[in-house]
Design a protein around this ligand. Structure first.
Ligand code: KG4
Ligand code: ZN
Length: 366
């Protein structure tokens, strides 16, 4: 099959993104891909005042900026819409206003230009990033850690994901954000916690080890967040800079250990269930940008004999390239285009798995 060029559009939470990706998926061997352009407009300044994403503000900002993001992505790639083979757009899960803005814009462009449109699950975008960047071979284990989601499972192909674990309460990024807020470190909290933790002692404040001794590969982050708050409240007076650094370091180390411990269990399951596969773990999502999280998972992979694919920092957070790539893979695999797809605020990646209490509770994206 000849290489395809796909325009990807993402607007499920607070990034308006567009990207052009060219690539091919041969019958044998690794996929080949090139990111021709990737434009991401974040909305941090719009939401900073409120300490979190305000859905109505996000939806309006997407509607205002999608056309500009697409124009810029096409210009940077040196292409016109007519030269693109297909469009792909995030149709869920996420904040419904942003999804509607993205899907309507993409439908208009696809209809106008007479191009096929693929409706993409945002979580699949994160889960297939290792194919786009590293040419990872199916099947592999995927750990998706972000502000809205925490999902661990086996990726066998586009549309073929088996969940092994998910968060029973907060998503990891949400716990980072709440810890940062509680210490007055600002939003988004993940990078702020990581920065503060650099000069902290992770051993000063003891942290629980969530779900230790329990079977399965699920996650829980609300206990860590609460432990951090209780440690802060145990201090005499307002926390000093050193107190904050030590608290951040303790929380971050415990979160990273928890992610690694549950991932090791999933690696063992993967080895049992896919004995013929070359073992590999891919991590993606905003929290995958965290250096301590990456280091813990790298170490766990080395100990278990797994290859490790960490999404590049530019593609950990939300972006259009991962959406374009899923569109490309789906077209290459013969899935029909879906011009009439409807936005879906909730859309589990593994539709066969039983719903988890709390999973996707906030309806935000991954
Ligand atoms: O995937 P993403 O861009 O979108 C959401 O699903 O929200 O991830 C954003 C999340 C936020 O919670 C943010 O605090 C977290 O990822 N994050 C980090 C880091 N960078 C972003 N968490 C920990 N360490 C980081 N360096
Ligand atoms: Zn995401």
């Amino acid at each position: 099959m000849a290489p395809l060029t796909v325009l990807g559009i993402e607007s499920s939470c607070d990034e308006t993104a567009a990207s052009l990706v060219r690539g091919e998926v041969p019958q044998e061997g690794a996929p080949k891909a090139e990111i021709l352009s990737s434009v991401v407009y974040d909305q941090m300044d719009l939401h900073a005042l409120y300490g979190g994403v305000v859905p109505e503000i996000a939806a309006r900002a997407h509607a205002e900026k999608i056309d500009r993001a697409v124009e810029e992505a096409l210009r940077k790639a040196g292409l016109t819409l007519n030269e693109v083979d297909a469009l792909a757009v995030t149709a869920g899960p996420g904040l419904i206003g942003g999804l509607i803005a993205g899907v309507l814009a993409a439908q208009g462009m696809a209809l106008g230009a007479g191009k096929p449109l693929v409706a993409v699950n945002h979580l699949e975008g994160h889960a297939l990033t290792a194919r786009l960047t590293d040419g990872a071979a199916y099947p592999y284990l995927s750990l998706l850690v972000s502000g809205g989601h925490c999902l661990l499972g086996i990726v066998d192909g586009p549309g073929a994901f088996t969940r092994l674990g998910a968060s029973l309460d907060d998503a990891p990024g949400e716990a980072f954000d709440k810890t940062a807020k509680m210490l007055g470190l600002g939003h988004p909290g993940g990078p702020a916690v990581e920065r503060a933790a650099q000069s902290g002692d992770p051993a000063r404040f003891p942290m629980p080890r969530p779900l230790i001794g329990r079977p399965g590969c699920d996650f829980s982050f609300s206990g860590l967040k609460t432990a951090a708050r209780m440690a802060r409240d145990s201090l005499a007076g307002a926390p000093s800079e050193q107190d904050k650094a030590d608290l951040c370091a303790a929380f971050q180390a415990a979160a990273a250990e928890h992610l690694a411990r549950q991932s090791v269990k999933a690696m063992k399951l993967f080895a049992q269930r896919r004995p013929a596969a070359a073992p590999a773990l891919a991590i993606s999502g905003g929290v995958a940008a965290n250096g301590v999280v990456r280091a813990h998972l790298l170490e766990a992979c080395a100990a278990q004999g797994f290859a490790f694919h960490a999404a590049p920092l530019s593609l950990c957070g939300d972006n259009g390239a991962m959406i374009a790539w899923v569109g490309l893979e789906r077209l290459a695999a013969g899935f029909p285009p879906s011009l009439a797809a409807r936005p879906r605020a909730r859309w589990p990646l593994d539709e066969q798995a039983a719903p988890l209490v709390g999973a996707g509770r906030k309806g935000a994206k991954a």
